[in-house]
Write a protein that binds this ligand. Structure first.
Ligand code: KMT
Ligand code: NI
Length: 187
């Protein structure tokens, strides 16, 4: 399944794993309690995959597009990567399916600790509206890719018309944040 761990607090390169010593893994169950859900799919057949179709239908993910995160394909690459790594939340769920390459999503747990989630090809993840999170490329150098360097291709899914607006921390007074924090009390 998905691999996740609590992060150290070093300010070193964001693309490094930032594992604690000893390693402190985080289980799928712990992620579920934060409202984070995961599916593993076959990304080689994403265009015709009945499993993906079923998830989209069941969850109402009517919208989808594909973002290719590479300095030659993504306009304002450096600027976007910088904003992806700013701690933020959204008013809606963030749903991402890694079609190629790999990357990290970091989410805050109830005690404000950062959990790093290693996303690889075939991982589909949903982050609940109101959770503080951020995104970064990892250190992988893709030698086979025509340009050496980091690369991630991801499908973005959304219920209805997409709204990508990010609210950088602090957004504690927003209704969606209060709603999310309240939703954690019950479990
Ligand atoms: C976000 O809002 O955190 C993102 O869109 C992350 C990059 S998409 C793979
Ligand atoms: Ni986001």
């Amino acid at each position: 399944g998905l691999v996740a761990w609590f992060m150290d607090s070093s300010e070193e390169d964001q693309r490094k794993p930032h594992k604690l010593t000893p390693d402190q893994p985080v289980s799928l169950e712990e992620l579920r309690q934060l409202g984070v859900f995961h599916w593993k799919l076959n990304a080689d057949i994403y265009e015709t995959d009945p499993e993906l179709e079923k998830i989209r239908k069941d969850q109402g993910y009517s919208y989808m597009d594909i973002i290719s995160i590479h300095k030659d394909t993504l306009p304002n690459y450096e600027e976007k990567l910088k904003s992806f790594f700013e701690e933020h939340l959204h008013l809606d769920d963030e749903i991402r399916y890694i079609l190629d390459g790999q990357a990290y999503f970091d989410v805050r747990d109830q005690e404000e600790r950062w959990i790093r989630i290693a996303m690889r090809k075939g991982d589909l993840i949903t982050l609940p509206a109101g959770i503080y999170h951020r995104f970064t490329m990892d250190e992988t150098v893709r030698i086979l890719h025509k340009c050496h360097g980091n690369y991630t291709k991801a499908m973005r899914l959304f219920v209805g018309e997409p709204v990508w607006k990010a609210y950088n921390r602090p957004a504690d007074d927003s209704d969606i944040r209060k709603k999310y924090v309240t939703s954690l009390q019950g479990c």
